[in-house]
Design a binder for this molecule. Structure first.
Ligand SMILES: O=C(CO)[C@H](O)[C@H](O)COP(=O)(O)O
Length: 213
């Protein structure tokens, strides 16, 4: 079970400061869609250059021209690139094929998918490396979460790794861990804390304990 730190509402210098505080506790750095929209793919290249030992995920949320987008994010240094589950199957196939060619991985984001079970099974067959259930900021504000969706995709996914994102924090982590995703994505649950190092340490400790339990 890996821990991914999501950085969304920051610029590149702020991202570097936060990562320095928590790097010993995380496996993957996510450069969120707002960061990439604001800073461009240089956010990916600068962060990868600053932290070469951590995996970097570019949250591109690709919807079209998938192979081209994956190729650009790969060239910038991303190890994992995201595409939306609602994209056409041909786009998902294009992303998966390009990522394979470049030695990278694809995470498919299930945000806003209504029939989670059917789409997750299809994405699994299309070769997704990760399938991620995700409650975005706008639904988090309505008190929603993805815990049940995680259990649903776990029941159908056979090849892909599973991931969960959206409002996860230390207090809700035990419920997430119970469903045993391969990847847990935490943004505000760490970045909104005064002591980010201590919070990331506690989160990693819970994850590690559950893996050895
Ligand atoms: O992709 C995202 C928003 O679209 C975020 O990166 C993801 O939701 C994780 O951040 P948080 O834990 O703050 O919800």
């Amino acid at each position: 079970m890996k821990l991914q730190l999501a950085l969304d509402l920051v610029d590149i210098p702020q991202a570097i400061e936060i990562i320095k505080e928590v790097e010993e506790y995380i496996d993957i750095i996510e450069l969120g869609t707002p960061v990439i929209n604001k800073e461009g793919l240089k956010a990916v290249s600068e962060i990868k250059a600053a932290f070469p030992n951590l995996e970097v995920l570019a949250d591109m949320k690709i919807m079209d021209a998938a192979a081209y987008e994956v190729s650009n994010a790969s060239a910038a240094g991303a190890d994992i690139i995201t595409i939306l589950a609602q994209a056409e199957d041909s786009s998902i196939k294009g992303a998966v094929e390009e990522a394979k060619k470049q030695g990278k991985k694809i995470l498919v984001d299930m945000i806003a998918v209504k029939d989670i079970k059917t789409r997750a099974a299809e994405l699994d067959l299309l070769g997704a490396d990760y399938i991620c259930v995700h409650t975005g900021y706008d639904l988090q504000a309505e008190g929603k979460d993805s815990f049940e969706d995680l259990r649903t995709i776990k029941s159908v996914v056979k090849n892909a790794r599973t991931a969960i994102a959206g409002g996860i924090k230390l207090e809700t982590l035990p419920e997430v861990i119970k469903a045993r995703p391969d990847l847990i994505i935490v943004g505000g649950g760490i970045t909104s804390k005064e002591d980010k190092n201590a919070e990331a340490a506690k989160i990693q400790k819970l994850i590690k304990e559950s893996v050895t339990a």
